[in-house]
Design a protein around this ligand. Structure first.
Ligand SMILES: [Zn+2]
Length: 87
């Protein structure tokens, strides 16, 4: 699991990386802590897309904030743990 801002986050993660991980993109609102999983098919064209993950226009549904952190998942159990986090 790679979360933006953590030591294992390189800052070079792009939309193609999201696709290659093969799991939904985890998004956490930095203002209210609301977290959501965004299915890959909602992220548009990912294959070979070297645009930054941060180029996505995501808005927190609870707080209307655009201040979000991305999480990439390597394993399914990480996705489940993220989804089951208290909101
Ligand atoms: Zn929020």
């Amino acid at each position: 699991m790679f979360t933006e801002g953590s030591p294992n986050w390189s800052g070079r993660e792009n939309l193609h990386s999201v696709k290659s991980y093969g799991h939904p993109l985890g998004v956490t609102c930095a203002d209210c802590g609301h977290c959501a999983l965004v299915p890959l098919h909602k992220l548009g064209h990912l294959d070979g897309n070297m645009a930054s993950i941060k180029s996505l226009k995501l808005v927190c549904q609870a707080y209307s904030s655009r201040n979000w952190k991305a999480t990439l998942f390597a394993r399914q159990h990480e996705v489940e743990a993220f989804a089951g986090r208290p909101r």
